[in-house]
Ligand binder design. Structure first.
Ligand code: SF4
Length: 318
């Protein structure tokens, strides 16, 4: 069985989270312009088994990791792409919940919720985090670049259906991008959209506003102004937070394992600018873990990235 576990990695939102990656790099129904994983190589809506997972092995490996790890706050089904495309998702959440009381969260782009079987697949999770970056078709196409079969209307219908059925905690994440989804008009559209979603204000526990930070100029993307970001804070008063990766986040890199990884990553980049995928392959770690470490190093001002050809490469700051 491929190693589908990574971490635990620290995030301010979820604490120490053990990641489970069900889609190989990079299979997704979207191709978001800000995606940390780089360009989508297979844009699809096919729900199937992308990774060969033996359920007994999964169970024993998960138990071994949980027993050997001092702190795990969440078990996170994410992926090097969209996890709800995996036909094993429901079985694996079920096995996980039978094994442990650690809460299970699924991170999704929400594009599959027009399908009842995908809603059923996540129904037993404790929480779902859905990215909603657009409040109209034009922004949806520009920002998320969805699979051709997904329209903004079908996306919204799916989200509404999901909210009607799901009983767990729901978190929303919006990537705010200057000129793309942060205008006053866009704000009003988001408000209208959220008003139309059943039980939105009861079921949503937090809205996370994400601002891309330290984007290279070649991305052509800019973070939203403080004024507009502040405006979006009123989308759900008291429950909307700006996600900032502060210097304090560095305190989270505590494990020797992580310090060791950081040193190895710096060494690789020092020898040759590398992509997150190169690094994950060289060090035999999951790509999400390499991205987590690279994000930390960017924040520490030790690394920067840029697009070269079709690749997102990470460079050492000298
Ligand atoms: S949905 Fe997530 S994984 Fe897919 S392209 Fe967007 S950011 Fe990347």
């Amino acid at each position: 069985m491929e190693n589908i576990f990574y971490g635990p990695v620290f995030s301010r939102r979820f604490g120490y989270s053990l990641g489970i990656d069900l889609t190989p790099y990079k299979i997704c129904s979207f191709d978001c312009i800000y995606c940390q994983l780089g360009k989508t190589s297979t844009k699809t809506t096919d729900v199937k088994r992308y990774v060969d997972i033996d359920f007994e092995n999964f169970k024993s490996e998960l138990k071994r990791i949980i027993d050997g790890t001092s702190r795990i706050d969440y078990i996170t089904f994410a992926g090097s792409g969209e996890p709800t495309l995996s036909s094993d998702l429901n079985d694996l959440i079920r096995i996980t919940k039978q094994l442990t009381s650690i809460p299970v969260i699924v991170l999704t782009n929400g594009s599959g919720f027009s399908s009842d079987s995908i809603i059923d697949a996540v129904s037993i999770s404790d929480a779902v985090k859905i990215s909603i970056d657009a409040s109209d078709e034009a922004a949806f196409k520009k920002i998320n670049k969805p699979h051709r079969s997904i329209t903004f209307a079908s996306f919204v219908e799916g989200i509404k259906k999901f909210f009607s059925k799901y009983e767990g905690k729901i978190l929303i994440e919006i990537m705010l991008l200057k000129g793309l989804n942060d205008s006053d008009e866009s704000f009003e559209n988001f408000k209208t959209l959220f008003d139309e979603i059943p039980f939105f204000y009861d079921k949503v526990k937090k809205i996370h506003l994400n601002n891309p930070f330290r984007l290279p100029e070649s991305y052509g993307l800019l973070k939203s102004s403080d004024k507009q970001t502040e405006k979006f804070m009123s989308l759900l008063p008291g429950k909307t937070e700006i996600i900032k990766i502060s210097k304090g986040h560095g305190n989270a890199i505590k494990h020797i394992h992580e310090e060791d990884l950081l040193a190895k990553i710096l060494d690789i980049i020092n020898r040759r600018p590398s992509s997150a995928k190169d690094i994950s392959q060289s060090l035999n770690i999951n790509i999400n873990e390499s991205i987590k470490m690279l994000t930390y190093l960017i924040n520490e001002d030790k690394v920067y990235y840029d697009i070269k050809g079709k690749e997102k490469l990470f460079f050492l700051k000298r």
